[in-house]
Design a protein around this ligand. Structure first.
Ligand code: ARG
Length: 574
């Protein structure tokens, strides 16, 4: 359990990202195992027992401050009050009071859920990666949201994560875009309409080129010019890219997402000739109809295309060049790619190609596929003009959240900010609540549901817990908590859930499944609401009130942390 299964140890070294975001990676595997002094258990227990007796008449501090000096010794048996064998079963009875104390103490700490599993290791994550001059659609929204959550999860476990936006900014389609622009658009129209305008004329190109093959030829010629560094072609291409990035950045801003590198496909274009040389040397490059390929028959895969007939690079070879560059630059212990499941074969080919090239680290490259996104069951297609912009979805979610606030709680302060957290949170949670590989059908009723398994429900629970704490109006100190008052089944269940948090974080990261965390946050909210219904807090007698309020505080904090790992903010009021 101590290390994530896929990791290899990496020696300490300085890793630098492209944008000079220099990161110092400390070496050494983490050593989180504590030595377990089993022999001392009995004595420990005796000591504890006598101390406990001393304190008996006082308001007891089961959080166990006084034993902090002995923390390195094993006290696990303390949590067990009795073990018995019955009919071949082993029944283990927990000492609730002590167990609750342990969880509350841990969970109230600043770094609860964190680990140093990844200390000294770097993970490259390639996600979002939209294609320029195309709309940033709901599919790209998914990779962006998933990647962001995985970035946060792995950072929590101590990894240094390089967030890479591998923009789709090179390829024959830009030859087509140039022809389309020259024929059917103008500078003013593009400045006015942005990506939508570029897309409009691109669709016209597609339609017209079917009737008129000369257009295809013209497009190919423009792309060839781009590859040869022709000034006019590159000026246009750069302009399309700038316009696109402006729009993408609006989406990232709404989602509160940043990247360490925007090295897209164009960045690797000039690294392909060296790759070709290497493949030739290793006798892996074969010719097929003028194109350069790596045969993968032995692995039951179609060949991996490296160069086209005219010698130009393609998506595959740019990806292999990118992998080599990343290994060289960041010395990653893993490299993750988050895209739709339809690119499974592409990545299988890339990883296999690297393997046959002799790179052992190819086994630490992973494709994390996710299912299709549809709008209420209808497939999205850019070509058919059935496009939905992620930005519109996010804005719509915020505006619907604002309407809900106006209806339900018009008196809260910071309405706009709150609506943003709720609306964006709802969209993020909807994407992350189910296993990645499952298809997602986007329905507004589900996304902004305030009652079911949704972000607004969890956020509401967080705000409610905050409001209880504000009403209590005083800081509850750990020492004042008598865990005796939390031994009832409902409170105990809640404590146990809080206690699972570190394991949930670890599992969600290891399985690349933020849904584990999303579902956990929901269970925690549900159990908290049950606790709040069954165990009075505000009107509880002294002793009970402190204990319950402290549990409330710890739950509130854990919900906030879990949500933040999903990329969702919790408003204080809603
Ligand atoms: N631009 C591609 C798309 O929109 C995704 C790129 C994923 N990353 C990669 N290294 N191939 O489908």
């Amino acid at each position: 359990k101590e290390r994530l299964s896929e990791d290899i140890g990496s020696e300490g070294k300085e890793c630098e990202s492209k944008e000079n975001k220099g990161k110092e990676c400390e070496g050494k595997e983490s050593e989180s195992k504590q030595s377990k002094g089993k022999d001392n258990e009995g004595k420990d227990n005796e000591d504890k027992e006598s101390k406990r007796k001393e304190n008996e008449s006082k308001d007891r501090d089961s959080i166990d401050k006084e034993s902090k000096g002995q923390e390195n010794k094993d006290k696990e048996t303390e949590y067990i009050s009795k073990v018995e064998a019955v009919n071949g079963y082993l029944n283990i009875f927990m000492n609730r009071e002590i167990f609750i104390g342990k969880i509350l103490r841990e969970a109230s700490g600043k770094e609860y859920g964190s680990a140093d599993t990844g200390k000294g290791k770097t993970i490259c994550m390639d996600y979002s990666s939209p294609n320029i001059a195309k709309n940033f659609h709901v599919g790209h929204l998914r990779t962006t949201i998933i990647g962001n959550s995985l970035y946060k999860l792995y950072s929590k476990l101590g990894y240094s994560v390089v967030r890479i936006n591998h923009l789709g900014d090179w390829g024959t389609q830009f030859g087509k875009q140039i022809v389309a622009y020259k024929n059917w658009s103008s500078k003013e129209q593009v400045e006015e309409g942005g990506i939508a305008e570029l897309l409009r004329v691109y669709i016209i190109f597609d339609r017209e080129a079917e009737k008129n093959p000369a257009l295809q030829e013209e497009a190919r010629a423009w792309f060839a010019k781009m590859e040869q560094g022709d000034e006019e072609a590159l000026i246009l291409w750069k302009w399309f890219k700038e316009i696109s990035l402006k729009e993408f950045e609006r989406v990232y801003k709404l989602l509160n997402i940043e990247f360490d590198s925007y090295c897209g496909e164009s960045f690797y274009m000039d690294k392909v000739p060296a790759l070709v040389e290497e493949l030739k040397e290793k006798r892996l490059l074969e010719e097929s109809d003028g194109a350069g390929i790596i045969k993968l028959d032995d692995y039951h895969m179609p060949p991996c295309l490296i160069t086209k007939k005219d010698g130009s690079s393609i998506y595959h070879s740019r990806d292999i060049a990118a992998a080599l560059y990343r290994k060289e630059t960041y010395d990653f212990s893993q490299c993750l790619y988050i895209t739709g499941a339809e690119q499974k074969l592409h990545f299988a080919q890339i990883f296999k190609a690297l393997e046959v090239m002799g790179y052992e680290w190819a086994e630490y490259m992973h494709h994390i596929p996710y299912g299709l996104v549809s709008m209420g069951g209808e497939k999205l297609s850019t070509r058919k003009g059935n496009v939905i912009y992620a930005e519109d979805i996010l804005k719509e979610a915020v505006s619907l959240a604002l309407t809900a606030i106006e209806e339900k709680n018009p008196n809260i302060t910071e309405k706009e900010e709150t609506a943003k957290k709720i609306g964006i949170g709802a969209v993020i949670y909807h994407d992350l609540a189910n296993q990645l590989i499952k298809d997602v059908s986007f329905r507004w009723e589900e996304v902004l549901n305030f009652d079911g398994m949704s972000a607004p429900y969890i956020q509401y629970t967080y705000a409610r817990a905050g409001s209880i704490l504000r009403k209590i109006g005083r800081e509850i100190e750990e020492q004042k908590v008598n865990t005796e008052y939390l031994k009832d089944d409902t409170s105990y269940e809640l404590v146990k859930l809080v206690g699972q948090y570190p394991e949930v974080v670890r599992e969600a990261a290891e399985k690349y499944e933020p849904s584990i965390l999303a579902r956990y946050a929901y269970s925690l909210a549900v159990q908290f609401n049950k606790f709040y219904q069954e165990c009075r807090i505000l009107t509880a007698e002294a002793g009970y009130q402190e204990a319950r309020a402290f549990l409330c505080k710890v739950v509130q904090k854990t919900i906030k942390d879990a949500m933040s790992l999903l990329g969702i903010e919790c408003p204080e009021e809603m």
